[in-house]
Design a protein around this ligand. Structure first.
Ligand SMILES: N[C@@H](CCC(=O)N[C@@H](CS)C(=O)NCC(=O)O)C(=O)O
Length: 231
């Protein structure tokens, strides 16, 4: 069957998996999941027990959750394209290390800021949490800038799935204006290079609800009901 990626809107971390599938270029379908309404429904929990996006229904009918697992699954199919590496290779370890950092420290640094946006809070508590989140986001940008090396991609010369995942998280500063990317010149260049990438533009258009063409792998949207019928 043609795989289905369940992606969350608005602005889910599943963005990176859409970019990765576009870079891979093999046929895939998308199922759009509204957050928080649909993502926490009993129907969607049949796809993902913890009620989160992304999830992937694979070609052989298995369900995979967690960005790291989904990206590594895509990476295995994309070794010949340089998107991933064979397990045991030095490149695999570097990619896994970078993805793990992005999926833990980098992703989580935004948590307090999302909380202040999504919950009613007393102003002093909100201010304290926002200050804590802002300091965390600045800290991880500083750390990642130091890890970057000469670039131009996160792993150096080779564009990998780490770059796809990075852009899906880094763009959250449009909701949380707590850093100035000019302070992180390497990350700024990477961010701008990725924002110019056709697959990233495609993913933005998909999230926006447009009908972009993509590079040919995208085989259309399916509803959650249709997808459930296929598991
Ligand atoms: N550890 C998970 C985290 C996934 C996650 O937190 N997804 C968010 C969107 S970025 C979500 O679906 N939240 C559900 C909600 O907003 O109710 C992963 O890396 O895939």
């Amino acid at each position: 069957m043609t795989p289905i990626l369940f992606y969350g809107v608005p602005s889910g971390c599943s963005f990176g998996s859409i970019v990765a599938l576009e870079w891979l270029g093999k046929p895939y379908r998308l199922a759009r999941i509204d957050m928080p309404e649909v993502v926490q429904s009993d129907e969607y929990r049949r796809i993902n027990a913890v009620g989160e996006t992304p999830s992937l229904l694979t070609q052989d009918g298995r369900l995979i959750s967690e960005s790291l697992a989904i990206l590594n699954h895509i990476g295995t199919s994309g070794i010949e394209k340089g998107l991933g590496f064979k397990q045991g290779a030095a490149g695999f370890d570097r990619l896994n290390q970078t993805l793990a950092y992005l999926n833990t420290s980098f992703f989580s640094s935004f948590g307090p800021l999302w909380y202040t946006l999504e919950h009613d809070m007393a102003p002093p508590a909100k201010q304290a949490l926002r200050a804590y989140g802002a300091a965390n986001v600045a800290k991880v940008h500083d750390q990642l800038e130091k890890m970057l090396g000469k670039g131009p991609w996160l792993l150096g010369e080779q564009r990998t799935l780490a770059d796809a995942y990075f852009i899906g998280i880094a763009r959250w500063t449009k909701y949380h204006d707590v850093i100035d990317r000019k302070d992180y010149p390497g990350l700024r260049q990477l961010f701008e290079r990725l924002e110019d990438d056709p697959a990233v533009k495609f993913a933005h258009a998909i999230e926006h609800g447009d009908n972009p063409k993509g590079n040919g792998g995208f085989a259309g949207h399916v509803s959650l009901e249709t997808a459930l019928g296929e598991i």
